[in-house]
Write a protein that binds this ligand. Structure first.
Ligand SMILES: Nc1nc2c(ncn2[C@@H]2O[C@H](COP(=O)(O)OP(=O)(O)O)[C@@H](O)[C@H]2O)c(=O)[nH]1
Ligand SMILES: [Mg+2]
Length: 324
């Protein structure tokens, strides 16, 4: 400020005489309360959680908590060991994370670590060769509670947001459900919107194994019917190994007939979460269709306010939806 520096009151040499001139400051005894505060924390500890959420698989209680705040589409995934359940989830994750899933974009996932864990197998290529097994065999830390994966997607065409809760269950659970009807761990299916029954396409293509697989689907559907008590969620038959060939019309008809015996219908979707022959069928084939089928409701859409010509004396407003 262009004043003489010597006159500056903040200069060290200038400050000392100021204290010496002040009368009380030196003579006052130190306050004991101030002394005891020395070394104590300067700031209050924040009360919120200090770390990021774990992002591992959800327990059923966390899914319920999430369902309290928004609509969550719960998908039940059943199928024998090695049928391709984990592969479908890993493929879904790899597709959406590379923006390859037609019609959908990634919006969020609360369980990224859990997705990473199941997809890791597919990334570990040795010397340029794809791994023998793309997925690791599913084992749960808790044998009684399913672990859920969460993913939020946004539809490209309508901006629709869907939250999916997908459990990655060991195939042994399905085997035990069919064999011994052990159903306690499948309580969550009562809240499911969709059930995927994952079938190994190679077993269905094989004439000797085919009938066995089909009658097991029937038994499984029967067990599911008893489990959910009447109101069956939408059934999707997911046929993997599309890369080894398309399921024949005969197979689809037999599957549908088997379900019809129990008054059930299902959507059949052939998929190839991974492909041995990328030129014929690309890895991730059919996963977009699977998601589409799982997110569209079986109920017809209700037109919110259908247009109609006014009629003199008609009480349209009062009787709106009375006939539904
Ligand atoms: N080529 C090919 N391999 C598949 C397909 N689906 C699953 N697999 C493989 O089959 C094996 C068993 O699949 P997995 O998902 O672990 O079976 P899960 O026991 O039902 O979870 C894995 O090595 C997958 O990579 C497919 O459509 N094509
Ligand atoms: Mg698995």
């Amino acid at each position: 400020m262009e004043r003489d520096p010597v006159t500056c009151e903040h200069r060290i040499g200038n400050a000392a005489p100021a204290i010496a001139n002040g009368s009380a400051s030196e003579a006052e005894p130190p306050n004991p309360a101030d002394l005891s505060a020395i070394g104590a924390p300067v700031l209050q500890r924040p009360t919120g959680t200090s770390s990021f959420p774990s992002s591992r698989a959800f327990g059923p209680d966390s899914v319920s908590k999430m369902m309290a705040s928004r609509y969550v589409t719960v998908i039940g995934i059943l199928g024998d060991p090695e049928s391709g359940k984990t592969a479908c989830l890993a493929s879904l994750y790899l597709m959406i994370s590379n923006a390859e899933l037609a019609g959908w974009k990634f919006a969020d996932s609360k369980t990224l670590m859990a997705f990473e864990d199941i997809a890791r197998g597919a990334r570990e290529w040795n010397a340029g060769n794809p791994p023998e097994q793309m997925t690791v065999h599913t084992e749960l830390s808790d044998d009684r509670r399913p672990g859920f994966l969460h993913m939020r997607l946004v539809g490209d065409s309508d901006g629709r947001r869907v939250d999916l809760a997908l459990p990655d269950l060991p195939g042994e659970w399905t085997t035990e459900l069919v064999g011994t009807s052990r159903a306690d761990r499948f309580e969550f299916l009562k809240a499911a919107d969709v059930i995927w029954v994952v079938l190994d396409g190679r077993a269905l293509a094989n004439k000797e194994r085919r009938q066995g697989v089909i009658s097991r689907v029937g038994q499984l559907a029967g067990r599911l019917g008893t489990l959910v008590g009447g109101k069956m969620p939408k059934l999707v038959l997911v046929i993997t190994h599309r890369d080894s060939g398309e399921p024949s019309a005969a197979v689809t008809t037999l599957l549908e007939a088997e379900l019809a015996k129990r008054d059930l219908t299902a959507t059949v979707i052939p998929v190839a979460p991974f492909s041995d022959d990328d030129k014929q069928v690309k890895s991730g084939f059919g996963i977009d269709e699977l998601i589409e089928a799982s997110t569209t409701s079986i109920l017809p859409r209700v037109e919110f306010w259908p247009p109609s010509d006014p009629v003199e004396g008609m009480r349209s407003y009062v009787s709106y939806r009375r006939d539904r």
